[in-house]
Design a protein around this ligand. Structure first.
Ligand SMILES: Cc1cc2nc3c(=O)[nH]c(=O)nc-3n(C[C@H](O)[C@H](O)[C@H](O)COP(=O)(O)OP(=O)(O)OC[C@H]3O[C@@H](n4cnc5c(N)ncnc54)[C@H](O)[C@@H]3O)c2cc1C
Length: 388
């Protein structure tokens, strides 16, 4: 049996950001992260697209992503260890949302809020879109919004950067699988690991990505979070295109430049929740490629180089994260779950906010109580409107 002040279960980008932010306060005591697989083979973080954008309808999402954007811009220096910078390939090449399925009014409402919150967004008519990005077809487009200073990063490098920095600040990483949280009538008391260890603590954090619900269930907590398999592609286009932003459309295309090619996907909404790492033999040819070529005609001439799958931790209630105390007798269990497709951009703000909650007993920088578990208990969704 061992004892720590804070135990974080799950050492993906969310768990590592919380660990870093806690250690950075200098007030958290001993922090232990328990991660079962230091290679992160199946974790969502290294399989994601690494996009950071402020194109949201909920003010809290805009605030969180704004913090994330600044944080990742400064990451190499802030996360340097022994003078060695932590390069994460931060690339400020913008985000473009395209309304091509009747959501232009919502897009305009979101645009007004984003602008009022200081995001440098620009509304583009179809003809303005065509002149700005000649390779993008304006067929069926009603409106677009460009957030030119949004960015993307290499998410795996960011995860490793957080981890290395957290370790340098004294955070302990244990390689083990947590099988259960164990609680009594008044609080969560310890975690039981597959290697027989029992680690006691004052505070526990569930940062298990798409695996979070199974672990929460070990103390009778129902988390409406499910794994949703998403197929991703890396492809090369035979033509040279202008410098493109990260493009997302209402018809669900999501692609951005990566190296000499492009990375992204188009979700298959017929896919049932659950674990699926098998790539589909036909989905790219039948669905994704035609959709991509419809929006960017030069994409008729491509070479598909790689296909892989990763899983969203989809928050089934409203696709918004579930953050903060679990409540009741589990008040010392902190949730950092259900990030759906936003966990990379939201990891820094989540780490900062939850470390405030743990160390100071309340949110100080951004009030994230709207994402608390209370809304789940009351079945009150707090959802994004427009492109998610
Ligand atoms: C295809 C795709 C594209 C995406 N694109 C973007 C994007 O552009 N921008 C963005 O912001 N987000 C994006 N996301 C979402 C983002 O990847 C996730 O929200 C984020 O990585 C979640 O981080 P995490 O740390 O919660 O989960 P993970 O990275 O999955 O880490 C969870 C960790 O917990 C560990 N774990 C689980 N159970 C246990 C246990 N019982 N004991 C010990 N360890 C355990 C796992 O091994 C894992 O390492 C995308 C996701 C996918 C799948």
């Amino acid at each position: 049996m061992s004892k720590a002040d804070i135990v974080i279960v799950g050492g993906g980008i969310v768990g590592c950001s919380i660990a870093y932010h806690l250690a950075h306060t200098g007030l958290a005591g001993e922090v232990v992260v328990i991660e079962r697989d230091a290679s992160y083979e199946h974790a969502a973080t290294p399989r994601s697209n690494g996009g950071i954008r402020r194109l949201f309808s909920l003010p809290e999402n805009i605030e969180m992503a704004s913090y994330g954007l600044d944080f990742y811009r400064d990451f190499p220096g802030q996360m340097a260890v022994d003078g060695e910078p932590a390069d994460i390939g931060f690339r400020r090449q913008g985000y473009l949302f395209v309304s091509d399925a009747g959501g232009a009014e919502q897009m305009e409402r979101n645009f007004a809020l984003q602008r009022d919150m200081g995001v440098d967004v620009e509304l583009l008519s179809p003809s303005a879109l065509g002149s700005r990005f000649p390779s993008v077809s304006t067929k069926g487009v009603d409106l677009a919004v460009l957030s030119a200073n949004d960015a993307w990063i290499d998410p795996h490098a960011a995860l490793l950067g957080f981890r290395r920095k957290a370790r340098s600040l004294g955070v302990i990483f244990e390689e083990a699988e947590v099988q259960a949280f164990v609680a009594d009538d008044t609080a969560a008391r310890f975690v039981r690991c597959n290697d027989g260890q029992e680690i006691h603590a004052d505070i526990f954090v569930n940062a298990c990505g798409a695996w979070c619900a199974a672990l929460a269930a070990t103390v009778g907590l129902a988390l409406p979070v499910e794994p949703m398999s998403r197929e991703s592609y890396y492809l090369r286009c035979e033509d040279d295109l202008e410098s493109l932003p990260f493009i997302k459309t209402e018809t669900d295309l999501a692609f951005r430049p990566e190296g000499q090619g492009y990375v992204g996907g188009l979700p298959d909404w017929t896919e049932k929740p659950g674990w699926n790492f098998e790539v589909s033999p036909r989905y790219f040819e039948d669905v994704v490629w035609p959709a991509l070529a419809h929006r960017i005609p030069a994409m008729e001439r491509i070479r598909l180089e790689r296909t892989w799958r990763g899983h969203y931790a989809r928050s089934a209630l409203d696709r918004s994260p579930i953050l903060g105390r679990a409540g009741g007798r589990l008040d010392n269990l902190i949730l950092a779950n259900g990030f759906s497709g936003h966990g990379i951009m939201h990891a820094p703000a989540t780490g900062r906010a939850l470390s405030e909650l743990i160390v100071h007993g309340a949110y100080r920088s951004i009030d994230l109580s709207c994402f608390g578990y209370a809304r789940v208990r009351r079945n009150r969704p707090y959802a994004e409107m427009g492109i998610v």
